[in-house]
Design a protein around this ligand. Structure first.
Ligand SMILES: Nc1nc2c(ncn2[C@@H]2O[C@H](COP(=O)(O)OP(=O)(O)OP(=O)(O)O)[C@@H](O)[C@H]2O)c(=O)[nH]1
Ligand SMILES: [Zn+2]
Length: 220
């Protein structure tokens, strides 16, 4: 890689876009692969040896998967709603949504579960869309507090329900495989909006649902 290329890759001279807040022009695939070769050399290995020859291509493809959320619009996911709910006005709760993310400090995996509840105001959203919403924010570099707030805020802004509650429980590999080396630690974050924040009864009902055993579902 030519001198200064890495700086160019990270220079921010354009405004963030609506979709991904990513400043600057996206580097080419060739530039991204060259950056991986630099890191391999930095680690002390030889990127030209046979076993590492295909690695830059694999790493770039892995990045495309891990960071797919930058090219998706979380608001668009929630656009289709349903109003024929026969007056349903109780909590809707999607529990144990497993996700894989990466921390923005170390780019190390964060693996956990998100729990999302909302109290609808006339309209509901397809439940798979709640899991898709988690995926969009998980597949970006983040910290858990930010991801928790983003999920709750987006659901609240687009669906305009009477309240939203999001709880995330996750393990951070930057704390287990490096640094302080503390396996078995999980981080819990929550964001309550509307009635989940203001009404103690609704909040208690949510917490009871959160703490009730999960339905293991059918075995097939
Ligand atoms: N609040 C919060 N912190 C996080 C999250 N993911 C990672 N971190 C922490 O981010 C911090 C970054 O701290 P720094 O001191 O800048 O980085 P560091 O020298 O690598 O720190 P250590 O991890 O303690 O070795 C660490 O304490 C991480 O544990 C997250 O989702 N939320
Ligand atoms: Zn980290």
């Amino acid at each position: 890689m030519a001198d200064g290329t890495l700086e160019k890759l990270t220079r921010s001279d354009e405004k963030p876009t609506r979709l991904n807040n990513r400043p600057g022009k996206k580097p080419t695939r060739t530039e991204a692969e060259a950056a991986v070769r630099v890191l391999l050399r930095w680690a002390g290995d030889d990127p030209a040896r046979e076993g590492l020859e295909g690695t830059p291509d694999r790493v770039v493809r892995a990045f495309e998967e891990w960071f797919a959320g930058y090219s998706e619009d979380p608001q668009a996911i929630l656009e289709r709603t349903f109003e024929e709910v026969e007056g349903y006005d109780e909590i809707v709760f999607l529990k144990d949504i497993r996700f894989e993310s990466h921390c923005e400090h170390h780019m190390a995996p964060i693996i956990g579960r998100a729990h999302i509840a909302y109290l609808p105001d006339r309209r509901v959203v397809g439940i798979s869309k709640l899991a898709r919403l988690v995926e969009v924010y998980a597949k970006r570099l983040t910290i858990q507090e930010k991801m928790t707030a983003q999920i709750a805020n987006t659901l609240n802004d687009v669906l305009q329900p009477r309240g939203v509650a999001v709880v995330i429980d996750a393990a951070h590999q930057c704390m287990t495989t490096r640094g302080v080396h503390k396996p078995g630690v999980s981080m819990m974050t929550s964001r309550m909006l509307g009635v989940f924040r203001d009404d103690a009864t609704t909040r208690r009902e949510f917490l009871a649902m959160l703490n009730s055993p999960s339905n293991p579902g059918p075995s097939v």
